[in-house]
Design a protein around this ligand. Structure first.
Ligand code: NOJ
Length: 532
């Protein structure tokens, strides 16, 4: 097996802990809540869990503003709860992936409190300072300049994200040492991997006006992860992913990151984050085929992802989340999760949870969403603005997970920290599991097939799509092949070449009599196995 394939049998599930399960009734999801649900995840076929930040934090950006990298956020529990969660995972043969937020801290981190107090403070150089704003860079969360005035020192500090998230100065070797120690601290406690938040932002290029992907990125990554002590851990970077960056970051022998996310396909169905456009599924197919071919030809890993805590539900953007919700959710599941790569799904995806909808901005909490609302409130008509917010808000992915139709949809006893999902009564875990059309059961079958058929983990990807309006591909291994046929929104005939001797093992319209070539219904997907 190639080194790229080392993680192809990890089925990763992302938990946004604040919204997953509240075990103690304070309205906030917590670590004990995740531990409660480990059998649920194991039953789905998950064997690795990535937890978005659960470190000490004032929660301006729900934990992506860390005030102590070695401690647990009060609302989420204690280090003992964390140990229990880790033990619970490992006892079930599951891995634990933590979030590693290296570009910035909270302004309440001890380093920043010291740094901002005076120019002579030993921590001053842990952050970027300037007498005047160095440029006109704008915060990625909206809200204006990345430069914020700090009266005690009479200088400006830089924050790529919220004002309360000052950027660390990675050119300072002391900062690099601190971050290495944090990695080592968690690895020595038994963490199996890290998801590395906006990792390309750690190197900036002020001269060439680049906020990310600066000239020292690869040196820093190598220094952080290219060490014997951590070579066994899984790392996935959130960063820019053109071909040359991918090769430079996770190519064979680079010893930087094991893999990076590829998000190009996530633009399906939108012209920008808050504006809808008709989804172009043929375009989506072309993007997927491009990256499958590229990563395969360079023997690189690929992370298969459609949803996360920053994205609205993929099925709401690219599919039909009303009448054909089950069909869209399962068609995309088959389309993506049989590809060559490491499957990663996001909480709620396994029950086909779509976007929510609210008429009032008071139902929204996210810093980016609220900045967008403020900035457009005077110029965009109110109805249209709410339409945009409902379409693009990250809050969509952060609604308390609906576990049942009961109180707070089973999230917890106390009043949840943010509005419940507006469709939680109709779509929740309990209902999905009871339903004859269970999205969970479909995903479970996908993970079973990936475990059973070697070609789904290590086999070659080949696009065999016969025409527009559908996507057909095969995975060919040493002992057999799997063919996946996905029809898009319009019904029609699909004639797949070279499709003899195949048996249907999964279908979202009932597999009885399903042949590879033939008439397909809207969002119909079927998976077939056969000899070479
Ligand atoms: C990317 C994370 O995914 C997002 O949720 C966060 O707000 C920013 N980085 C800042 O850490």
């Amino acid at each position: 097996m190639s080194t790229a394939g080392k993680f192809f049998d990890w089925n990763i599930y992302q938990v946004y802990p604040k919204s997953f399960k509240d075990s103690n009734g304070d309205g906030v999801g917590d670590l004990a809540g995740i531990t409660e649900k480990l059998d649920y995840l194991k039953g789905l076929g998950i064997n690795a869990v990535w937890i978005s930040p659960c470190y000490k934090s004032p929660n301006v950006d729900n934990g992506y503003d860390i005030s102590d990298y070695r401690d647990i956020m009060d609302e989420m529990g204690t280090t003992a709860d964390w140990e229990e969660l880790k033990e619970g995972l490992h006892a079930r043969g599951m891995k634990l992936i933590m979030d590693f937020v290296a570009n910035h801290t909270s302004d309440k981190h001890y380093w920043f409190e010291q740094a901002r107090s005076s120019r002579d403070n030993p921590y001053h150089d842990y952050y970027y300072w300037a007498e005047e704003p160095l440029n006109d860079w704008q915060s990625w969360f909206g809200g204006g300049s990345v430069w914020e005035y700090n009266p005690p020192t009479g200088e400006y500090y830089m924050h790529t994200f919220a004002v309360q998230q000052p950027d660390l100065n990675w050119t300072n070797p002391k900062v690099r040492r601190e971050m290495r120690d944090i990695v080592d601290f968690w690895v020595s406690k038994g963490v199996d991997g890290f998801r590395c938040d906006v990792i390309d932002c750690i190197s900036k290029d002020f001269e060439r006006r680049k906020m990310a992907d600066g000239p020292l990125l690869h040196d820093y990554l190598h220094e952080l992860f290219g060490r014997r002590e951590v070579e066994h851990i899984f790392t996935v970077g959130e960063c820019r992913t053109d071909e040359s960056t991918i090769l430079a970051t996770c190519g064979e022998g680079r010893d930087e990151l094991k893999c990076v996310f590829q998000f190009e396909h996530l633009d399906t169905g939108r012209s920008d984050k808050f504006t809808r456009k008709k989804p172009d599924l043929d375009g989506l197919r072309a993007v997927l085929v491009k990256w499958q071919n590229f990563t395969q030809s360079h023997n690189l890993p690929y992370v298969i992802v459609t949803d996360n805590h920053d994205q609205t539900a993929f099925i709401s953007r690219a599919g039909n989340d009303k009448k054909l919700r089950y069909e869209s959710a399962t068609m995309f599941a088959a389309m993506f999760y049989m590809l060559r790569g490491i499957p990663l799904i996001y909480q709620g995806q396994e029950i086909g949870l779509p976007n929510a909808h609210y008429d009032d901005i008071s139902a929204f909490d996210d810093v980016e969403t609220l900045n967008y609302y403020r900035e457009h409130a005077g110029t965009v008509p109110p109805d249209e603005l709410m339409e945009r917010i409902n379409f693009g808000a990250r809050d969509n992915a952060r609604r308390p997970m609906p576990w049942s139709g009961g109180k707070n949809y089973g999230f917890g006893e106390g009043k949840p920290w943010t509005a419940l999902h507006s469709r939680g009564g109709e779509i929740n875990v309990a209902r999905d599991l009871e339903s004859g059309k269970s999205v969970y059961a479909f995903y479970r079958k996908i993970f079973e097939l990936r475990a059973e058929y070697e070609c789904l983990r290590n086999g070659k990807f080949e696009d065999i799509t016969p025409r527009d309006g559908c996507f057909a591909y095969q995975r060919r291994g040493e002992n057999g092949r799997v063919v996946v046929v996905c029809n898009f929104e319009k019904s029609g005939e699909i004639a797949v070449p070279d499709c003899g001797g195949l048996r249907c093992v999964l279908s979202n319209y009932g597999g009885e009599g399903r042949t590879v070539s033939g008439e397909y219904a809207p969002y119909e997907a079927a998976v077939f196995v056969g000899v070479l």
